[in-house]
Design a protein around this ligand. Sequence first.
Ligand code: MN
Length: 133
Amino acid sequence: MDITRNGAQASTPTAAANFVGRARMQPVFAVGSPVRVRGGKVTFEPGARTNWHTHPKGQTIVITDGSGLVQRWGGPLEAVNPGDVVFFHPGEKHWHGAAPTVSMTHIAVVEHDERGVSADWLEPVTDEQYAGK
Ligand code: MN
């Protein structure tokens, strides 16, 4: 049994190349081999969002604070709020982020694949796409 104490792991800015706007990621758990699942708590500033991307093994996000938006490729913008849980299917192109004027925090749970990859990053979400146009 391992207990990781609150505050033991520093939060870091997310990779600017894969996000529009500012976000920070706080590791929650990352057990390592043979366990492939890990979790991170991500806080997006208002208007910030991921680029479009896919996850080879899918991804679950649990909204814990604020107000956010999610969208799958070809689907409508969906508002999400604390307590909502979203599963993105393996290979499903999507993005997630904060609402325009409110920050959003979610815990993201992903599993890495045989390559050690948990996300494949694509193009930024444009302002038009973010506005639902
Ligand atoms: Mn994702």
